[in-house]
Ligand binder design. Structure first.
Ligand SMILES: Cc1cc2nc3c(=O)[nH]c(=O)nc-3n(C[C@H](O)[C@H](O)[C@H](O)COP(=O)(O)O)c2cc1C
Length: 242
């Protein structure tokens, strides 16, 4: 069979139409999946890296605060507190808090109950992207602090936001025959103190707490088996003493 010039032109037209529809479908699929990824990631406002209160004043004023008003904390404050705990501060990826062998075994989570600009939920902080990824929707703070001691409610129930520092021990245990797990606890302490001093600088209140239901915390944060919750830091506006 001989292929005429007209047949060639028709074939070319068909190929162009097929090619364009494949391209169009690919663009739609790509943009849908990008939107999907984006919808779960909340970009945090850029943190302030200068100014605020002097370190001396923050040290002098820091006190454990266990009673909060109903006022919300803001997304800017959440951003500042995540940065204080584990924010990246140079191009090599070093952070606000020191880390043994720069192994960075900590993770930071935020439980949001009453945060302006952030739907109630459980979030994981990414230091590299300075963003939050939603782990689950809804306010889990009242459930996490549901138990009462001696008929007294757990005061943490009323916090508008709770920060949780976890440790991934295998990141630090890389030297054969040596158990360096204690370093993870040291780092959780230094990161938490950074956060507590930033809390003072922001005019907020918080307490370092180590007494909590570890199993429920693991469940709410959806932790993998090698990750352990270490520090629980409820944050809010200090209520005046009665
Ligand atoms: C390792 C550690 C664990 C703590 N655990 C709790 C806790 O579970 N609940 C609580 O209300 N306070 C807890 N605190 C706070 C202390 O009670 C508090 O720091 C202490 O009373 C001194 O008061 P200040 O922080 O106001 O200086 C803890 C503090 C540390 C360092």
């Amino acid at each position: 069979m001989q292929i005429s010039g007209e047949m060639m032109r028709d074939l070319a037209k068909v190929l162009v139409v097929v090619g364009l529809s494949v391209l169009f479908t690919a663009i739609i699929a790509l943009s849908t999946s990008t939107n999907q990824e984006k919808s779960d990631v909340i970009t945090l406002p850029q943190p302030h890296t200068d100014g605020g209160m002097s370190v001396e004043k923050a040290l002098r004023e820091r006190r454990s605060v266990r009673s909060f008003t109903n006022d919300p904390v803001t997304l800017e404050e959440v951003s500042q507190l995540c940065w204080a705990a584990q924010g990246v501060t140079d191009e090599k990826g070093h952070r606000t808090s020191p880390s043994a062998m720069a192994s960075y075994p900590l993770e930071v989570y935020v439980l949001a109950a009453n945060v302006t600009g952030l739907p109630a939920g459980v979030y994981h902080y990414s230091p590299q992207g300075h963003n939050l990824t939603m782990v689950s929707e809804g306010n889990r703070i009242p459930d996490l602090f549901n138990s009462s001691t001696g008929g007294k409610e757990d005061w943490r129930k009323n916090a508008p936001a709770v920060f949780i520092v976890t440790g991934v021990f295998e990141r630090i245990n890389k030297i054969p025959g040596e158990d360096l797990s204690r370093f993870v606890h040291v780092e959780a302490g230094t990161a938490s103190e950074n956060l507590l001093l930033e809390v003072v600088s922001l005019g907020l209140g918080a307490t370092y707490t180590a007494g909590f239901d570890a199993n429920m915390t693991r469940e709410f944060l959806a932790l993998a088996s090698g990750e352990t919750p270490i520090a629980v830091l409820p944050v809010g506006h200090k209520a005046e003493a009665a």
